[in-house]
Design a protein around this ligand. Structure first.
Ligand code: NAD
Length: 370
């Protein structure tokens, strides 16, 4: 019997609408091949939601998202909505808000080298050859969700003892938040090369000392998985020094944010990296990059990270592993044939192999073997 899945689409801002269209194109082709219907409902998030409703995350969007089997997001944000005024809505509030509301506490970002793109990396081929890791980032706690504030006219906070302003953010974790993300990492490692690096700053931060303690307790349940503790500053070095040592990397929200962007550069293009945000209910899939306002509307954005986020959706939300493998293979084949969006071009790329957003989507569909 044919299966139907409800998908909430959040195109967002900048290149968002252009790349999500290619994700949908690929999903539709997969639906035909595997006798599956994907029903889409589009909703507002980010800057466009601020423009149309005054808030980055309208209640209606949350309702649609929660009632869906999965959420496909493109990207939000842009200079139009940049503000330092804490009382004005910002697009990122939509992103953080939907993650929190859907209880998406685990963000998975695979970082794998596509052979055809090995020369796009700024690192030497011998350093990145064989890189294949997943960064498991805690997504709903830590510094990005702790209490924060700003005080004005504070005695002595200004220059030379004058009155000035003061700001603070709080890094707080509860035991259960650490436990569930670390378990997730160990479970993920069991399906891979059975190695976990837990990243912290236990030499300075109390929250990190608790993180490490809990991680070691959980590790006892996984004697088959190797656990390594690594300080976040050392990790930043090791990621560019010897990145093949990593299999599963688990860490708190802000460290994960920064390290996953650094790791993404191993592949040479932010336009290639997908991510999945998982909790106990509806999951959300999105590219790791932002809304690229500098190239929005030009039809040149790379849609592959969005398409690879569809691959993750099929795998994690719908258990459609064959369909997910089709997408991974199709992307590999298209790249091996030499097709490139502008961000992937180098000096050796022939001009007739440079394609736009839509053409790249069409090429992937043509290679799905439908
Ligand atoms: P960005 O990822 O949007 O862009 C960085 C650079 O990479 C730009 O030169 C851009 O053109 C390029 N790039 C990114 N994605 C690309 C793609 N698919 N194809 C080709 N080139 C691509 O990061 P930024 O410039 O720091 O941020 C722009 C906006 O996006 C900001 O408002 C930021 O807040 C927002 N942002 C949103 C998310 C999200 O929605 N998850 C994540 C990061 C940044």
């Amino acid at each position: 019997m044919s299966q139907t899945y409800k998908i909430c689409l959040l195109p967002g801002d900048g290149i968002g609408p252009e790349i999500i269209a290619e994700g949908v194109k690929v999903l539709d082709a997969i639906g035909k091949k595997y006798d599956t219907t994907f029903e889409y409902t589009e909703a507002l998030l980010g800057g466009i939601a601020i423009d149309e409703t005054g808030t980055a995350l309208p209640q209606e969007t949350l309702d649609v998202a929660s009632a869906s089997d999965a959420v496909l997001l493109a990207a939000v944000g842009g200079p139009k909505w940049d503000t330092t005024d804490p009382n004005k809505p910002r697009p990122e509030q939509g992103l953080l808000g939907i993650r929190k509301a859907l209880g998406l506490y685990a963000n998975l970002r695979p970082v794998k080298i596509f052979n055809a793109l090995a020369d796009a990396s700024t690192l030497k081929p011998e350093v990145i050859d064989g890189v294949d890791m997943v960064i498991v980032r805690e997504l709903t706690g830590g510094l990005y969700f702790g209490e924060r504030g700003r005080e004005y006219d504070v005695e002595g906070a200004g220059v030379d003892g004058a009155k000035g302003q003061r700001a603070f953010d709080t890094l707080m974790y509860s035991e259960y938040e650490v436990e569930r993300i670390v378990r997730h990492a160990f479970e993920t490692a069991r399906k891979r090369r059975s190695k976990v690096h837990s990243i912290d700053k236990a030499n300075v931060l109390e929250s990190s000392r608790m993180w490490r303690e809990i991680t070691h307790r959980i590790a006892e349940d996984y004697p088959d998985v190797e656990l390594n503790d690594m300080l976040v500053d050392n990790t930043a070095m090791q990621l560019v020094n010897a990145p093949t040592q990593f299999d599963v990397v688990v860490t708190e929200n802000m460290f994960g944010d920064i390290l996953s962007d650094e790791a993404s550069m191993l592949t040479g293009s932010l336009g290639m990296l997908a991510s999945a945000s998982l909790g106990d209910g509806t999951a959300l899939y999105e590219p790791s990059h932002g809304s690229a306002p500098d190239i929005a509307g030009q039809g040149i954005a790379n849609p592959l990270a969005q398409i690879l986020s569809v691959e993750m959706m099929l795998r994690y939300s719908f258990d459609m592993n064959d369909a997910a493998d089709d997408i991974a293979r199709a992307v590999d084949e298209v790249l091996n044939e030499g097709w490139r969006t502008k961000d992937l071009v180098n000096a050796d790329t022939p001009e007739d192999k440079v394609v736009g957003t839509k053409e790249m989507g069409d090429l992937v569909v043509a290679h799905l073997g439908a």
